[in-house]
Design a binder for this molecule. Structure first.
Ligand code: AMP
Ligand code: MG
Length: 407
């Protein structure tokens, strides 16, 4: 897709220190400058010895302890036949040893001798090999990874202090509707507070993007058009909410035809049926000249979050070069019956728990209207009922998507 290439311009990366790299997307393969581990070492607390002695028919092995090796304090001497080295996890393996017997499998008749059954292990056991985790010159983390805590630890284990990450996408948000009021304003008859910009800000912050808040825009074609032009001049992506339902859509449609190529959709899903998606042409003077991706989400507060989850989240990640963008689905047992008409995908809000047998269960969070944000706030997952699915009986397994880390 041309647009994603434009935003994925190879020059569009920046270098950040590890403590600022969480949730960013790695721009280039991170090549390991070293072997990890750098040398063979012990995987257990125990005794290191030459595993050849296990090949004899003797069922019992007795070895003399000739020294000790600790992590960071290697043993310098030699280990001969019939000898062993007391060794701690992470300590370097001496050159003449290849096997470690864990301490708990040994008996000792004196301070100097240990014995164990030879069938408890094979030559080479309990040793971590040089380069076993990562080999020098190979990719330790591939480009496109959404960086998680383990990735930062991994980079640090290689001695790497900075990472090349994609620049943050600039995402403009606006709310449209004459009835909307900003926080701090008084509510007059028929008006409501604009909540969508705050849920969207939260959703976007989870993805660590640069947010451009374009505020509330009245249902007036001229004002709306100016707001779209203004947002498109600054942002890679514009997300609006409201003004795409029947009636209003015609009016937004007309503006969109002038500004770019935008389609209006009636999606077979609930909540979130009306939606607009398309591309706004580059605004004159915008540098570099880039198109702006546009998502016109429905106005209902739950529909905004559901359509964001279903369409916008993955698109934003993909646009910025992320490799894995689809959140995982898992299954749980529905505690109650759920009414569902085939022919549309439904996103019901629910709480994941466990039953007395330890199996995962879900129960819906009260009334599921598209405007009832409390159903979302109390939930920790969506129950996703697929397009062709009909009614669900209590005890049926259903697909769920967990909010944690996503929403
Ligand atoms: P619309 O899609 O503009 O027809 O809006 C659908 C419903 O969502 C209406 O009840 C609107 O009042 C409500 N709504 C639209 N935008 C917002 C917003 N930013 N915050 C809260 N509710 C909204
Ligand atoms: Mg409206």
């Amino acid at each position: 897709m041309q647009e994603s290439q434009a935003i994925n311009d190879p020059a569009d990366f920046e270098t950040v220190s590890l403590d600022h790299a969480i949730n960013r997307i790695l721009a280039k393969d991170l090549l390991s400058p070293i072997d990890v581990p750098a040398a063979d070492n012990s995987a257990m607390d125990g005794y290191a010895f030459d595993g050849k002695c296990l090949a004899t028919n003797n069922p019992d092995v007795t070895l003399k302890i000739v020294g000790t090796a600790l992590a960071g304090k290697p043993f310098e001497g030699k280990i001969g036949v019939g000898e062993c080295l007391k060794i701690m996890t992470g300590a370097l393996m001496p050159a003449d040893c290849d096997t470690v017997i864990p301490q708990e499998f040994t008996a000792s008749s004196s301070d100097e001798l240990i014995s164990f059954k030879s069938d408890l292990l094979k030559a080479g056991d309990n040793r971590r090999l040089r380069g076993e985790d990562l080999q020098k010159g190979k990719a330790a983390i591939s480009a496109g990874r959404l960086l998680r805590p383990s990735d930062l630890g991994l980079a640090a284990s290689l001695g790497i202090a900075t990472l090349k990450v994609r620049r943050k996408l600039k995402v403009a948000i606006l709310s449209s509707g004459d009835e909307l009021r900003s926080l701090g304003q008084a509510l007059d008859a028929g008006s409501i507070y604009d909540s969508n910009r705050y849920s969207l800000t939260g959703l976007l912050n989870r993805l660590d993007l640069e947010i451009i808040d374009c505020g509330i825009v009245r249902d007036d074609p001229h004002v709306l058009k100016q707001a779209f032009i203004e947002a498109a001049s600054k942002a890679d992506v514009l997300i609006s909410s409201g003004g795409v339902s029947v009636g209003e859509a015609d009016f937004t449609k007309q503006i969109m035809q002038e500004l770019g190529d935008v389609g209006f959709w009636k999606i077979a899903m609930r909540p979130g049926r009306p939606m607009a998606f398309g591309i706004l042409k580059p605004v004159p003077g915008k540098s570099p000249a880039r198109k702006t991706l546009f998502f016109g989400l429905p106005g209902n507060p739950v529909a905004v979050m559901v359509t964001f989850y279903q369409f916008v989240r993955s698109a934003l990640l993909q646009l910025n070069g992320a490799q894995q963008t689809e959140p995982p689905l898992v299954q749980a047992i529905s505690e109650t019956a759920i009414r569902k008409k085939p022919g549309r995908t439904e996103f019901q809000r629910a709480i994941l728990g466990r039953n007395s047998e330890g199996k995962p269960t879900v129960r819906l969070t009260g009334s599921q209207g598209a405007g009832i944000l409390r159903s979302m706030s109390e939930a920790n997952c969506f129950v996703i009922l697929m397009h062709d699915q009909g009614n669900i009986a209590a005890g049926d397994w259903v697909d769920i998507a967990l909010f944690d880390g996503l929403l």
